[in-house]
Ligand binder design. Structure first.
Ligand SMILES: C[C@H]1O[C@@H](Oc2ccc([N+](=O)[O-])cc2)[C@H](O)[C@@H](O)[C@H]1O
Length: 507
């Protein structure tokens, strides 16, 4: 008998030790999921909403979208928001990141005409989340500029900073009593490089390098003005935080050679350093090596001055330090070479200015998106670099996710593998002392994936876009993510018994 008791005590002790050794996320780590207004809301012209640049571009030229669809109805979250909150509760989310449609709030873009129905919609959405203790994380701009502002030049017009500041004030006034986490812009790179410099996002201006850089400078000033206005006019009473989200994929050198190391550095600076450095570095302004590279390229091409616009000293000071946290959208990685993998690119362009090649090794798993591969420990590599370069600010991973095709259905093992790998990488960050405070999975549900329409699916929940009710059904990954959130740890043994989802007590 005695022996049995001793044995069971030993077993309990071993099990306890195992639990203790399993790496865990802290209780206050914010687990959430993310979406964006144009990708889920629909109701494109309902209740006084104004036209945005995606409405305009697609209605004018439907063929720009791979499957000739649009976001007119999308997941119809405008009418299904209560079901969306129910899904957050099913998953046990701590937080939900979503964006506001600027033209739903200000139909012309300008703050002299506020749409009460738009304000009411977001009030209801926020209140529904708060009812269940879900922290709203609100992005003010996720790519859907009011068309009327695009008609005035959009981000190429320096006045964008005044228009944005006015819009931000309306947002803080109406929602800041309950929303404590604001993100001004989602991904300056995608807005500026893909929308102004190229034709991969609305408004597809294809305006070469100059468009990319000018847009970037104006956007950073717009962000900084909104940040300082929040600090002065709202923070003292509302006590929230205001930051920005930048897409930071990892770019490591293809070899250890000095040339490849420099090529990777230039790639990092051109892809995201030009947005991060002016805000988060101690010296401010565009990063040095990239600025020198653009000046050199401009001179080679016969320009008397660099095409990279400069910040005045006043602008530099305005932008420097203007963020309470660093929002990182991280998806993937590439290996960068000074000589290999180069493709023909337009001149002048950001790609030509960087003048490097990049590649993904064959053994990195591929997704439904051409740009998205599963690279080892890449969240850690990116955040470790940012920590060292920018003095370890508070970080949130504000997007991270994996695409499948519609045909994959509910058994999305590729997404499960990706999310588990991401969790390990996040835990590596925490072990390293990186000030990482939260993680938002992209995406809560399938949605309109920009130029790819509904071909590429990122949802923890599948959405049936052929069904007028836009029924949402949890995928296997939803159960796995729920299990991770609940236990604050990754359990590789866990397999959902069925795909029937319920709400746990307390949610
Ligand atoms: C899938 C989500 O992508 C986000 O944007 C991107 C797109 C492409 C890259 N890339 O590495 O090439 C990074 C981020 C976007 O914010 C979100 O709306 C989704 O579409």
């Amino acid at each position: 008998m005695k022996l049995l008791v001793v044995l069971s005590l030993v077993i309990v002790a071993i099990q306890g030790a195992n639990v203790r050794h399993q790496r865990q996320f802290p209780d206050d780590f914010l687990f959430g999921a993310a979406t964006a207004a144009y990708q889920i809301e629909g109701a494109w012209n309902e209740d006084g909403k104004g036209e945005n640049i995606w409405d305009h571009m697609i209605h004018t030229n439907p063929n720009v979208i791979r499957d000739v669809t649009n976001g007119d109805v999308a997941a119809d979250s405008y009418h299904n928001y209560k079901r969306d909150v129910e899904m957050m509760r099913e998953l046990g989310l701590d937080a939900y990141r979503f964006s506001l449609s600027w033209p739903r709030i200000l139909p012309t873009g300008m703050a002299n005409e506020v749409n009460p129905a738009g304000i009411a919609f977001y009030n209801n959405y926020i209140d529904e989340m708060l009812k269940y203790n879900i922290t709203p994380m609100v992005t003010l701009y996720h790519w859907d500029l009011p068309q009327k502002l695009q008609d005035l030049g959009g981000f190429a017009n320096p006045l964008i900073s005044d228009w944005f500041e006015d819009y931000a004030r309306v947002v803080f006034e109406n929602f800041g009593d309950r929303v404590k986490m604001f993100i001004t812009f989602n991904e300056p790179r995608e807005i500026c490089y893909q929308g102004y410099g190229g034709d991969l996002k609305a408004p597809i201006l294809n305006s070469t390098a100059m468009g990319t850089y000018l847009c970037g400078k104006h956007l950073l000033i717009a962000h900084a003005k909104a940040y300082h206005m929040y600090n002065k006019e709202f923070k003292p009473t509302q006590g929230g935080q205001c930051g920005i989200t930048i897409s930071v994929n990892w770019f490591g050198p293809a070899t250890d050679s000095a040339e490849d190391q420099m090529a990777a550095e230039i790639k990092r600076q051109g892809e995201w350093g030009i947005y991060a450095h002016p805000i988060f570095s101690s010296e401010g302004g565009f990063p040095k090596e990239f600025s020198e590279r653009v000046a050199e390229k401009s001179a080679q091409q016969g320009y008397r001055r660099s095409r990279l616009p400069e910040f005045t000293e006043e602008e530099k000071t305005l932008v420097k330090g203007a963020s309470d946290f660093f929002g990182v959208n991280h998806y993937t990685a590439r290996l960068v070479s000074a000589t290999l993998y180069k493709e023909a690119v337009p001149v002048p362009s950001l790609l030509d200015d960087m003048d490097v090649g990049h590649n993904a090794p064959d053994d990195w798993a591929t997704s439904a998106s051409s740009w998205l591969v599963l690279a080892p420990n890449s969240i850690f590599n990116a955040l470790k670099h940012l920590k060292e370069r920018y003095n370890n600010p508070n970080f949130y991973v504000t997007e991270n996710g994996w695409s499948t095709y519609y045909e994959t259905g509910l058994m999305d093992d590729g997404r499960v593998t990706y999310y588990r790998a991401s969790m390990e990488s996040l835990l590596n960050c925490l072990d390293d002392g990186i000030n990482l405070k939260g993680y938002m999975a992209w995406s809560l549900m399938d949605n309109f994936e920009w130029m790819q329409g509904y071909v590429e699916r990122f949802g923890l929940y599948q959405v049936d876009f052929s069904d007028p009710a836009r029924t949402r059904t949890p995928r296997k990954s939803a159960f796995v993510y729920k299990h991770i959130i609940k236990h604050r740890a990754v359990d590789y043994e866990y397999e959902p018994e069925s795909l029937v989802m319920t709400i746990d007590e307390g949610h």
